[in-house]
Write a new protein. Structure first.
Length: 67
């Protein structure tokens, strides 16, 4: 009777460890998703800034071509 109880206790401990690790992985995935979202928004803002900054330069080059 000792061995089945020991096996059951070890199985419970193994499942508990897996549960704790899965919660940690879930938390890290959520954190990574937030970071990816923030980075994506920053890249979008930088692309918009670059587009706005390049508009006068494009107009200047277009004016030089017409001369």
């Amino acid at each position: 009777m000792l061995w089945p109880m020991l096996a059951l206790a070890l199985a419970f401990c193994g499942i508990a460890v897996l549960a704790v690790l899965s919660v940690r992985v879930y938390a890290e995935v959520r954190r990574l998703a937030r970071q990816v979202s923030d980075s994506s928004q920053r890249i979008t803002r930088a692309a918009e800034d670059l587009e706005r900054a390049s508009a006068p330069l494009g107009a200047h080059v277009d004016g030089l071509r017409r001369r």
